[in-house]
Ligand binder design. Structure first.
Ligand code: 13P
Length: 395
């Protein structure tokens, strides 16, 4: 069990002058390579899933493995939605297990960026989930040649950053100071003075996108000026790609072609982790971070004035509307097996965090369902919200 609160994780990095790697993953080979390397380095790590990559995998399915890998690992791990485009994708990612989300509205004019970000922050904070906002524009596309998607860099200014953070309440800020997503020809020129000013006025963990292609010295200078999270993908994809190309000569099929790809990814992850100073920090981070544990809301109840078809219809409707509420991981209904059971029915609703107890109770969808469908027919009942306790994973 080492899924931890991402806000605590990044605040520790910010206070102690190092950066946590947020490595985008697109397959189980990436997941394995990243987590194995972080474990080898005894480092905190962020498993990051970019919305722009959702065409390459089934987000829902991959999230199950990502969460399992995080929970069974001994190092502190957070799971992050990278470049979330809409409120809906932020809700979906939280309900699937992300405990950090990024709102990517930086290509909109500032007032619209602020409005869109605010909406996501309100929803995510009500789920206990921290939010990364972006101000300024980092061009390019992860995993591609930057020149194919040039766009104009829009630099972040300290004044706008202060205004944006105050208005939106974001927990971390991605800044644009000269980096570009994807593969670049030549080294990018970074505006360190600008970064220094932003850090001075904000004093919150800063994020750099477009980590691929920066020099060791540039990374050190970024971290010295408040960068606590570095997003990294293209170099990992290239390491895997080189490995697969070198397997082309062999006669084998799928598994033969992929042989070594995960290790190649892990090698590059390890290089970054050691360079960015997060190696050896796992224990400190675990000690200073709240564990990210689900809370369950259980109702055991009887009914009055309703027939079995009516009960079934209520359960179907409840499962549909309640599962869509932000922070709800799962809704399960049940009915007693034994005829002589004292209570006959159950609702089990799994929340991603304790914060959801309140936001769920007051959510209009819950209020409407409870008032219209549940309370009129519910008889005697027992309700409990409890923190789940993990005693170690079963292999
Ligand atoms: P690179 O692909 O340039 O490393 O950037 C990754 C990134 O910023 C993901 O958000």
């Amino acid at each position: 069990m080492a899924l931890v609160n991402m806000r605590d994780m990044l605040n520790h990095a910010y206070r102690n002058g190092y950066a946590v790697g947020a490595f985008d993953l697109v397959s189980l080979d990436f997941l394995d390579g990243i987590i194995t390397a972080a474990e080898r380095c005894d480092a905190p790590v962020i498993l990051s899933l970019a919305e722009s990559h959702f065409a390459y995998f089934d987000f829902d399915l991959l999230m199950q493995s990502v969460e399992k890998a995080a929970r069974r690992s001994s190092i502190p791990v957070a799971i992050h939605l990278d470049h979330g485009a809409t409120l809906e994708s932020a809700v979906k990612s939280i309900n699937l297990g992300c405990n950090g989300v990024m709102v990517d509205a930086s290509h909109h004019p500032l007032p619209e960026n602020i409005e869109r970000t605010k909406t996501v922050v309100r929803m995510a904070h009500a789920c206990g989930v921290p939010v990364e906002g972006e101000l300024g524009y980092v061009p390019g596309v992860e995993g591609e040649d930057a020149e194919r998607h040039p766009g104009e860099i829009a630099y972040t200014t300290a004044e706008e950053a202060e205004h944006y953070v105050r208005e939106t309440g974001v927990d971390f800020l991605a800044v644009s100071i000269g980096t570009v997503h994807g593969r670049m020809q030549g080294a990018p020129q970074l505006d360190f003075e600008r970064l220094q000013q932003i850090n001075h006025s904000l004093k919150i963990p800063l994020v750099i996108h477009g980590g691929t292609g920066l020099s060791d010295d540039q990374f050190r200078q970024l971290i010295d000026r408040g960068v606590a999270k570095i997003n990294y993908y293209t170099a990992l994809a290239d390491a895997a790609g080189d490995c697969i190309r070198s397997n082309i000569q062999c006669k084998g099929g799928y598994t033969a072609l992929l042989k070594g790809a995960s290790e190649a990814i892990g090698k590059e992850v390890e290089r970054c982790i050691r360079l960015w100073g997060s190696a050896g920090r796992a224990r400190e981070v675990l000690e200073s971070s709240k564990p990210w544990l689900p809370v369950e809301h259980l109702i055991i109840y009887n009914v009055k004035g309703i027939d079995p078809q009516g009960i079934e219809a209520m359960m179907v409707e409840g499962t549909r509307v309640l599962a869509a509420i932000p922070g709800v991981r799962e809704v399960m209904t049940g009915s007693a097996i034994r005829e002589d059971a004292v209570y006959r029915y159950t609702w089990l609703v799994r929340f991603c965090d304790q914060a959801v107890i309140n936001s769920y109770r007051d959510h209009p969808q819950h209020v409407e369902f409870a008032d219209k469908f549940f309370r009129p027919v519910a008889g005697e009942r027992i309700t409990i919200d409890y923190q789940t306790i993990e005693w170690g994973s079963v292999a």
